[in-house]
Design a protein around this ligand. Structure first.
Ligand code: C2E
Ligand code: MG
Ligand code: MG
Length: 590
């Protein structure tokens, strides 16, 4: 915007010297800074040397006419107001003035009083337009670009994709394919949680830089045809939000090309980032959807690419996956399961069953394990293997876990009330429950409410508890043990923890996973492993229990190897509260 310190500069070009003199005197009197020239060529040179704020051109000049000069000035500056001064006020001359890009025209003889107001008006109307354009650009940036990475955003990508699609549909020649890649960083939450959001943001910025430069290097993608100049910067790449990015391959020959490109992108991300001298490895899962094979509109293509990305995650992450119609069916089923699971607790659809753990030496019931079941209103009985992972993902495992603890403790006390001997109750805890800071308080409150002594409660945990924050997991385990509870390590042998690790844990029981029991007594390898685990556990004073014992041969082999207890269908399947009460009364164990 102009300030009073920089007067408005006016360039006047007229071959009529008298006219020039009067014009200069009049305009200078109004405070303008005026440059006068006498032909079109001089006008262009003057404008080139010192662009003016407004240009007044006589139409009739030797050499270049006012129209021609106006056209050329427009090529240099599309915004500067150019006013043509003409002797003719016929429609054709006026039309011609506008066609050459003139802003306005003044008809000779010039009215010297009015010209001042006329120029002021023209100047203001343009200034206004410039401001409006600036504001529009700002709004556009906010609406179409992501602030953190500077990449186009979801809206921008969707619009660009729609344009590309309609361009393709308009073509009558052979159908050319287009691919959308939907990329999501794997375990990005862990980076945020363990290294902080600052590093998380950096990783997102580096990722976008890497993708941006990868997209422009010719060997990453076959055809950079999207690199055309448009009012919005070319958008082969966008950040959808969070750790999600999309890439558009506007022209691929074969469907396979998209997967090749997706794997290249995955490799691009897979190279380590260096944070404070340390290498940080980030991987990505990528879903691919293709026009016209999978969908013909932008929204559905994007949705399918996202569905495929989730399937890539399910396949073990750090991989790429095509969309297929069956994936949508799976997504729909999952969504239905999700909403049913959210309601299951309040609709009272969960119940517990109990499986006894038999002491090998004394033939007594050493404890019972509580196992959850879901009675789905339409699907019937659902295994915890099918809904616990979903409950963990949705955060529902916390209320469900609390319900299990409370119900199991209540039932243990109900058996006592029936005159049965107190029985140790083993309850499975998810790693997510274990990470919850309120876990210990919640358990203590449940024990107080139900009247169950802490020493009667055994918590079954898995090695995954140690994966993320072993130090705090360890101190929580010690604290629970100090309150009198017992801790059992479930599914032992399927995780990563070394025997060395086990020494540090305050365990009272180690549960050998069914995988090592299944092929007994034939498998010598399993036998060797079980013998080693039993020997180590004995030196640490930890009891060993074998899970999934189904046959007398397995039972005898395990007893022979020195296992302390046995759990499995050989003795009993998981039982209802009432059946378990009967079993506790008449254990049928010799
Ligand atoms: P787990 O804790 O290892 O439980 C043992 C699983 O083996 C149970 O499966 C049990 O029914 C099954 N089983 C017992 N004896 C035999 C046998 O002789 N042969 C075979 N083939 N299987 C046997 P279930 O009840 O389906 O539970 C599966 C898993 O779900 C459990 O494995 C546990 O990790 C989880 N789970 C169950 N209830 C809960 C719960 O209340 N909370 C949490 N967080 N997880 C639970
Ligand atoms: Mg268990
Ligand atoms: Mg187990």
């Amino acid at each position: 915007m102009k300030t009073i310190h920089t007067p408005t500069r006016i360039l006047v070009a007229d071959d009529d010297c008298t006219m020039n003199l009067i014009m200069q005197a009049a305009l200078q009197a109004y405070g303008y800074e005026v440059t006068v020239v006498e032909d079109g060529v001089a006008a262009l040179a003057a404008f080139h040397a010192h662009p003016a704020d407004i240009v007044l051109l006589d139409v009739e000049m030797p050499g270049l006419t006012g129209y021609e000069v106006c056209k050329k000035i427009r090529l240099m500056d599309s915004d500067v107001p150019v006013v043509l001064i003409t002797g003719h006020d016929d429609e054709a001359s006026i039309d011609r003035a506008y066609e050459t890009g003139a802003t306005d025209f003044i008809v000779k003889p010039v009215n010297w009083t009015l010209i001042r107001h006329r120029l002021r008006y023209i100047l203001r109307a343009f200034r206004d337009a410039a401001q409006r354009r600036e504001a529009e650009t700002k709004v556009r940036r906010l609406a179409y670009f992501d602030a953190l990475t500077g990449l186009p955003n979801r809206q921008s990508f969707a619009e660009h994709l729609t344009r590309e699609l309609s361009r393709k549909k308009g073509k009558t020649t052979s159908v050319q394919r287009l691919a959308v890649l939907f990329l999501d960083l794997d375990s990005f939450k862990n980076i945020n949680d363990s290294l902080g959001h600052g590093i998380g943001d950096l990783v997102l910025q580096w990722t976008s830089d890497r993708l941006r430069s990868g997209l422009h290097s010719s060997n990453t993608f076959s055809r950079p045809s999207y690199q055309t100049k448009e009012d919005v910067q070319p958008i082969p790449l966008a950040r959808m939000g969070g750790d999600e990015f999309t890439i558009l391959l506007p022209s691929i020959e074969e469907t396979e090309d998209a997967l090749v490109a997706a794997h290249r992108v995955r490799e691009l991300i897979g190279r380590p980032f260096v944070v404070e001298g340390q290498a940080l490895f980030v991987t990505a899962s990528i879903g691919v959807a293709i026009y016209p094979d999978d969908a013909s509109d932008a929204d559905t293509l994007l949705m399918h690419a996202e569905t495929a990305m989730y399937a890539a995650k399910d396949n073990g992450k750090n991989t790429c996956q095509y969309y297929s119609a069956s994936l949508t069916k799976r997504a729909v089923a999952r969504l239905a399961m999700e909403s049913a699971l959210r309601l299951a607790l309040e609709r009272d659809e969960f119940f517990l069953v109990y499986q006894p753990q038999i002491d090998v030496v004394h033939g007594t019931i050493q404890s019972v394990e509580a196992l959850i079941r879901w009675q789905h209103p339409e699907k019937g009985l659902i295994s915890p293997l099918d809904f616990i992972p979903l409950a963990e993902e949705l955060g529902l495992i916390l209320p469900i876990g609390a319900w299990v603890l409370k119900t199991a403790c209540t039932d243990a006390m109900r058996w006592c009330a029936l005159g049965l001997n107190p029985i140790r109750m083993a309850v499975n805890l998810s790693a997510i429950q274990f990470r919850n800071h309120h876990l210990q308080d919640d358990i203590l409150a449940i024990l107080a409410q139900t009247g169950m002594p802490a020493s009667q409660l055994e918590l079954e945990i898995t090695e995954s508890i140690l994966m993320e924050d072993a130090t705090s997991a360890l101190s929580l385990m010690h604290s629970l043990r100090d309150h009198g509870m017992h801790i059992a390590l479930d599914d032992f042998g399927t995780g990563y923890s070394s025997l060395q690790y086990i020494k540090q844990l305050p365990l009272s029981k180690l549960k050998i996973d069914r995988a090592f029991v299944r092929d007994l007594p034939a498998s010598k390898a399993d036998e060797a492993i079980i013998r080693a685990v039993v020997a180590m556990a004995k030196t640490l004073g930890i009891r060993v229990i074998a899970e999934g014992v189904e046959t007398s041969e397995q039972y005898l082999a395990l007893a022979h190897m020195g296992c302390d207890s046995i759990q499995g269908y050989f003795f009993s399947e998981p039982l209802s509260f009432e059946k378990m009460a009967d079993f506790l009364t008449n254990p049928l164990v010799e």
